[in-house]
Design a protein around this ligand. Structure first.
Ligand SMILES: C[S@@+](CC[C@H](N)C(=O)[O-])C[C@H]1O[C@@H](n2cnc3c(N)ncnc32)[C@H](O)[C@@H]1O
Length: 228
């Protein structure tokens, strides 16, 4: 049986919205298209993190792209969690196709109080492309960042889109966004998400921008590393 056939079968039975990240083989050749192909610059930025010998947790791992990558970059172990059980079944198939140890997948809804990660800590806690339109629109960012922060006292890796257009991308209004964000983060019809995330951490963490920033709107996610 061809290597990816069982995985293809599983993916074909999933709602396309659950297949977020395009699935790649070990050589970064696309195997199954997702809604979001990899941004090569984002991958280069992620690869600036020194994972050697570290225990890592990856929140909202989907098919585990960044969990596998952290392990390839030298992480001692990676615990990758997602609430979509079928997706995790696919991630486990990929793990066995890659013959990779040191990456474990666990079903976990991080919005549930006392979930399976509560009270655990890791060297690195990652939240990659987790914060999307719905999270921004519904004002879920601070609760998610606060949960991430509980999972490591040493290092956090986060990626976010720099800004969101309130009407065009979020389908919302400035008045609605004022319920969730201070005025300083609402400018020119946009929510300044990257600035919000930076300011959330800046009093307790050192912050390194792993991605370069240009002026104006940029869609590709930007990576930040918080460390102590
Ligand atoms: C946008 S995808 C990001 C995937 C992955 N980090 C990447 O960049 O390839 C978000 C993932 O988070 C998962 N997710 C969303 N809410 C969650 C929750 N409350 N607990 C655990 N996983 C969640 C979704 O099932 C989805 O697989």
């Amino acid at each position: 049986m061809p290597r990816f056939e069982r995985l293809r079968e599983l993916v074909s039975g999933l709602d396309p919205e659950h297949v977020y990240r395009t699935i790649y083989d070990e050589n970064l050749c696309p195997v199954i298209n997702g809604t979001e192909p990899l941004d090569p610059q984002g991958l280069d930025d992620f690869r600036k993190v020194d994972f050697s010998g570290k225990n890592v947790v990856d929140l909202g791992c989907n098919f585990g792209f960044f969990a596998f990558e952290a392990r390839r970059l030298g992480a001692a172990s990676v615990l990758a969690v997602d609430r979509a059980e079928k997706v995790l079944e696919g991630a486990c198939m990929l793990k066995s196709i890659f013959g990779m140890d040191g990456v474990d997948f666990l079903g976990c809804d991080i919005e549930t109080p006392d979930n399976c990660l509560a009270g655990r800590t890791f060297d690195v806690a990652m939240l990659v492309e987790f914060i999307g339109k719905t999270f921004v629109r519904q004002g879920f960012i601070p609760a998610t960042l606060a949960f991430l922060e509980q999972l490591s006292h040493k290092e956090l890796v986060v990626s976010v889109q720099k800004t969101y257009m309130i009407r065009k991308e979020l389908g919302s209004t400035v008045e609605e966004m004022r319920r969730h964000y201070p005025e300083a983060y609402l400018q020119g019809g946009d929510v300044l998400v990257l600035e919000y995330v930076r300011d959330f951490f800046k009093d307790r963490w050192n912050i390194e921008m792993l991605s370069d920033l240009c002026d104006g709107y940029e869609k590709p996610r930007k990576f930040l590393r918080m460390y102590r």
